[in-house]
Design a protein around this ligand. Structure first.
Ligand SMILES: Cc1ncc(COP(=O)(O)O)c(C=O)c1O
Length: 372
């Protein structure tokens, strides 16, 4: 067997994908973070009209895409990097600012990809805790930042995956100033920001002109398969990441960018329609969680994730508990441990699926939740 590069040692399939693979037939997944509602008509039309628009585009994104993003964010086109999903922007930023001997400051619990992307760049991960409700705690963040001189890049994610927790304007301001003072690149992952039912969370951009904001079409615009994302920030900070993205992907797919333009330009009607889909799912989720499990889950600040405390009987081996749910109960939820040690007593339950499968999945959990 030909050995692969040593940087891959210890990196395996994401535990979320792994939970979904090998599930018995008929399993209901409350595991995936992907909208189950239809692609908005504006994007369907743009894709249908894209015809033979399959030439390579400019590395930096189609001019109309950059113009739409500039208008949407109220920034100049130089402050925009168009990427193949926000994941490609994350990869490029991590490659651009991390290397052996330096570290990334990452949330615990946090999006599974962050520590893997740091490792692929040869760097270490330093983890900072979130508050008890899964929100950004500026004191904890700044304490960890100031305790480790090797940190070069820090990520905040609000509303966050897996907790759905947010960040106050003051917290964002404090964190941005601390990163600016230390010369640390701050990446604010805001892919879930438009997917809220209560109040819309502040963006890093509302708090500071420092740092890079990431988002994409994948969550609130209901179009993860188009693979279009973007980074917004100072042109000098984006330049090295853009170079990496050019070599990695050349450019985001042209038909997808044309659909992105239609979605961004139609955002005032697309986003409320997406939130109505989210609301329907939240009511299915919270109503059945009460009815079937006697739980009263908190409304997340954004996202379609509920960060549910696991019953005490699951604490010793949360992974075994979730595998039992999958293999005997035929329902998938993701053990919080997959997102970091701080997630040990929790599970991430997604309500992104169709309302009827959300209800069915929660009912299937019931006999296991209270089992002696
Ligand atoms: C917090 C967070 N950031 C980034 C991504 C990547 O999303 P995409 O590449 O589809 O924009 C995800 C996907 O689930 C996510 O949860």
């Amino acid at each position: 067997m030909i050995p692969c590069a040593s940087r891959l040692a210890g990196i395996a399939l994401s535990p979320i994908r792994a939970m979904n693979e090998g599930a018995p037939p008929g399993t209901v997944s409350l595991g995936l973070g992907e909208p189950s509602w239809p692609l908005p008509p504006a994007a369907v039309k743009a894709l249908a009209n894209s015809g033979s628009a399959c030439a390579y585009g400019p590395n930096q994104g189609l001019p109309e895409m950059r113009a739409s993003l500039a208008a949407y964010y109220g920034v100049s086109e130089e402050q925009i990097m168009v990427s193949s999903g926000s994941q490609a922007a994350l990869f490029a930023l991590f490659q651009a600012y991390l290397e052996r001997g330096v570290s990334a400051l990452l949330p615990d619990p946090g999006f599974i990809a962050y520590p893997v992307l740091a490792k692929l760049a040869g760097a270490n991960s330093v983890l900072y805790p979130l508050s008890a409700t899964g929100c950004l705690d500026p004191d904890a963040f700044i304490g960890c930042l100031n305790a480790d001189e090797s940190i070069r890049l820090a990520v905040i994610n609000h509303p966050g995956n897996p907790t759905g927790g947010g960040a106050s304007l003051e917290a964002l301001r404090a964190v941005a100033e601390a990163c600016r003072a230390r010369g640390v690149v701050l990446v604010s992952d805001e892919v879930y920001r438009e997917l809220y039912l209560g109040e819309r969370q502040a963006s890093l951009r509302d708090a500071s002109d420092y740092g890079i904001v990431l988002s994409s079409l994948s969550k609130a615009f209901g179009a993860p398969g188009l693979r279009v994302g973007w980074a917004i920030g100072e042109p000098e900070l984006l330049a090295p990441a853009r170079l990496i993205h050019n070599y990695m992907n050349t450019a985001a797919a042209r038909p997808s960018q044309l659909a992105a333009v239609a979605l961004l330009d139609d955002a005032p009607s697309v986003l409320p329609a997406m939130r109505a889909e989210l609301a329907e799912r939240w009511y299915a989720f919270s109503g059945t969680a009460d009815e079937a499990l006697g739980l009263n889950p908190a409304l997340p600040s954004g996202s379609f994730y509920s960060w549910l405390p696991l019953p005490p009987l699951a604490h010793e081996d949360p992974l075994a508990f979730c595998l039992k749910l999958r293999d005997r109960g035929r329902v998938i939820i993701i053990p919080g441990l997959a997102f970091g040690e701080a997630g040990r007593g929790y599970a991430r339950v997604s309500f992104a699926g169709k309302p009827e499968s959300i209800r069915e999945g929660l009912r299937r959990l019931a006999p296991f939740w209270s089992m002696p």
